[in-house]
Ligand binder design. Structure first.
Ligand code: CAA
Length: 258
């Protein structure tokens, strides 16, 4: 598939990079770019040579939200019929770890897209917000749910009701992001983190991601059972045999990602 609004790279062994590329609109998420992002993530998910994915924008904007110019012409019936925003659940079905490398604006759908990722590495200039109320609506791609789980009710309410933006340092403080780096190095650092994850046994990484995400959906007992099933399942992999053998033999494991 050829893309018009995103760029694709493999910047390090085992790492796939998806870069949003609509600079004229601060990477606003219209139907085309979201379709291309989801397709690219799915392509890397299906590519055996990639084990961790980085999703990024430009230094100025990760994404300034859903495309307001596109949405202006939309009414409720059309939106209900197209159900475009349901398509975002495709991102949640990506099984490999995804890191968002965020610089500049991460507003509305941009903030929501970063939060669907498994980790966020931010630049010092990153600004997170859910400004939908200022255009008469509310977050529609998970903001009311994922933001609340990430930063707690008090801060989520303030961001969604009063359009408070979080700086990168505030986002770090509230647990929305993993790390903050200067704008010159945040992407390199995100790629290095991705390379480290790509160097782990692939099946374990996928099943670990899946189990952690279940913590947001299941009761503790159900979650613990889910974790145990994934733990047992990994005892059937070649990498479990190799990993434990290598430990006993005091050598570095050679992963087959099987
Ligand atoms: N949709 C469409 N176009 C957008 C956009 C968006 N979300 N955000 C920015 N742009 C466009 C601007 O219209 C402008 O285009 P033109 O040059 O053709 O006028 C260009 O990008 C540059 O933007 P600005 O001139 O506004 O840049 P700025 O530096 O002065 O301001 C900003 C930056 C504060 C991010 C401002 O652009 C802004 O407020 N953008 C809208 C943010 C927003 O409300 N996002 C939420 C969208 S709704 C949503 O996301 C719903 C959901 O939950 C899924």
């Amino acid at each position: 598939m050829t893309y018009e609004t995103i760029l694709i790279e493999t910047p390090a062994p085992g790492v796939g990079l998806v870069r949003l590329n609509r600079p004229q609109a601060l990477n606003a998420l219209n139907a085309q770019i979201t379709r291309e992002i989801f397709a690219a993530l799915e392509a890397f998910d299906a590519d055996d040579s990639v084990r961790c994915i980085v999703l990024t924008g430009s230094d100025k904007a990760f994404a300034a939200g859903a495309d307001i110019k596109e949405m202006e012409a939309t009414d409720a019936v059309t939106l209900f019929a197209s159900n475009d925003f349901t398509d975002w659940s495709r991102m949640t079905r990506v099984r490999k770890p995804v890191i968002a490398a965020v610089s500049g604006w991460a507003l509305g759908g941009g903030c929501e897209m970063a939060m669907i990722c498994d980790m966020i590495v931010a630049s010092e200039t990153a600004k997170f917000g859910q400004p939908e109320i200022t255009i008469g609506v509310i977050p529609g791609a998970g903001g009311t749910q994922r933001l609340t789980r990430a930063v707690g009710k008090a801060i989520a309410m303030e961001m969604i009701l009063a359009n408070r933006h979080l700086t990168a340092q505030e986002a770090l403080h509230y647990g929305l992001v993993n790390r903050v780096y200067p704008v010159e190095s945040y992407l390199t650092e995100a790629i290095q983190l991705a390379e480290k994850i790509a160097g782990m046994p692939g099946a374990a990484a996928k099943l670990a991601k899946e189990a952690v995400n279940k913590a947001f959906e299941l009761s503790l007992t159900e979650g613990l059972n889910y974790e145990k099933r994934n733990f047992y399942l990994l005892f059937g992999t070649e990498d479990k045999a190799e990993g434990m053998k290598a430990f006993v033999e005091k050598r570095k494991a050679e992963w087959k990602h099987r």
